[in-house]
Design a protein around this ligand. Structure first.
Ligand code: SF4
Ligand code: SF4
Length: 422
């Protein structure tokens, strides 16, 4: 099998095809700390793309409560179990975190879903370690919503002593998910019809309905379970990253790249989507002032979801601060401690960049910061902190300013003539 470089894993990896990389890659950052599970994203997607007959159980965008929730049910536990069997010595990482940009999380020493398939899978034709969820598992997209973890092994026994950071004993969190438009898509390699392809201009992974014969090999292979089968057309379907918006060909976009429906609808302002520049070797080209590049490669607050699967997903998450670290490390890899530390104690630049979330539907290609006055000096969790009311300015693909916003939110006072009458 050809070798490709997977920078999430910090090493070469076996993959059935040669590495071919787009000019820019669709990528996104979700800040889990802010998600309120309002499901506006889920419904924005559903009402745009999957409202037809035969798509009743199809949720390209979904939000599940971790650790118990999942759509399809238990998708990640099942994928991790398979990977555990393929890695009798554990899904282990070695090396230093944060040493260089080609290896930001150290090195994954276990086998990925592709490498495990190469060594052990039957039938011989299978190219990816995976499983096909049952119909029942697709039935209830939001089962276990708001169910917290309590005392291990005892039902409904939650900690009664109050909670404190860094980790809570009783906890849950919301994980918002869409297709990760992976750099090494498992769905693509599994398709015997070659109906799935990755676009050279933006890395969006699409499934050609005309070519699909509904074998469901992609559904079986995708470790994130983000391709779905539609019974009445006997084809599979998946997230298309609202590509007319990303291209700027949607009538609402005025010719400029625009974020997807799920991003634009986000009430909690947890989502930012962008297009990152790619190098010829599959790593990200340096683009210091691109906010997605900054959060992933400079501030290192945003991490890939289950990097050990090996697909190099292009969805990145700012991990929730209150969740036990061993759980987070399994989900986001060894970069977790650094990411939580930086997010909990943000420096001046990070604080400004975090203000860029959801001020506009246009894709931000570059940001600049204008320094403002000092507005606060004090301590945060025992450490000195100084806040500045900086202005952060966002620019679009055409280099024109999209908006500017400040670190300190403006206070609006309701005029007396509109006094609250409730
Ligand atoms: S998340 Fe799944 S469906 Fe999406 S590109 Fe990756 S492997 Fe394919
Ligand atoms: S719209 Fe935003 S806040 Fe609401 S559930 Fe989706 S990701 Fe979370």
């Amino acid at each position: 099998m050809p070798q490709v470089y997977n920078w999430h894993l910090g090493r070469d990896m076996s993959y059935p095809y040669e590495g071919v990389y787009p000019e820019r890659q669709f990528a996104f950052v979700f800040n889990i700390n802010r998600c309120i599970a309002c499901q506006s994203c889920t419904m924005a997607c559903k009402s745009t793309w999957t409202f037809s007959k035969g798509q009743e159980h199809m949720w390209w965008a979904n939000v599940e409560t971790k650790p118990y929730g999942g759509y399809p049910m238990f998708w990640d536990m099942k994928a991790l179990e398979l990977l555990d069997k393929a890695n009798p010595d554990g899904q282990v990482w070695s090396g230093e975190v944060d040493r260089d940009a080609r290896r930001p999380y150290g090195q994954f020493d276990g086998q990925t879903v592709f490498e495990a398939a190469e060594k052990s899978l039957t039938p011989d034709s299978a190219r990816v370690l995976g499983y096909l969820p049952t119909d029942e598992e697709w039935n209830s997209p939001n089962l276990y919503e708001d169910n917290p973890v309590g005392k291990r092994g005892v039902r409904y026994e939650f900690d009664k002593t109050g909670e404190q950071l860094p980790a809570h004993k009783t906890w849950f969190f919301y994980l918002a998910r869409i297709c990760n438009h992976c750099s090494y898509p498992a769905c693509l390699v599994a398709c015997p019809r070659k109906a799935i392809y990755k676009r050279p201009e933006d890395g969006i992974v699409l499934l050609d309905q005309k070519e699909c014969r509904g074998y469901r090999k992609c559904v079986e292979a995708c470790p994130y379970k983000k391709t779905m089968y539609r019974g009445n057309t006997r084809t599979s379907e998946k997230c298309i990253a609202c590509y007319p918006r990303v291209e700027g060909t949607d009538p609402e976009s005025n010719g400029q790249p625009m974020e997807t429906r799920c991003m634009a609808a986000c009430i909690g302002q947890i989502r930012m989507q962008g297009l990152v520049k790619m190098s010829k070797d599959g790593t990200w080209a340096e683009d210091r002032q691109n906010p997605i590049y900054y959060m992933v490669h400079v501030a290192k607050v945003a991490l890939p979801l289950y990097p050990q699967f090996g697909t190099e997903p292009n969805g990145y998450y700012i991990p929730p601060r209150w969740v036990p670290r061993d759980y987070l490390r399994q989900m986001f890899g060894p970069g977790v401690d650094l990411a939580v530390e930086r997010y909990a104690n943000p420096d001046r630049e990070l604080l400004a960049v975090l203000q860029l979330f959801r001020r506009s539907n246009r894709i931000i290609f570059k940001y600049e910061i204008e320094e403002g006055p000092k507005v606060y000096e004090g301590t945060l969790r025992g450490r000195p902190i100084t806040l500045y009311n900086d202005t952060v300015i966002a620019f679009g693909k055409d280099g024109k300013e999209i908006f500017r916003t400040k670190v300190e939110e403006p206070i609006h006072v309701r005029p007396a003539k509109h006094a609250n009458s409730i």
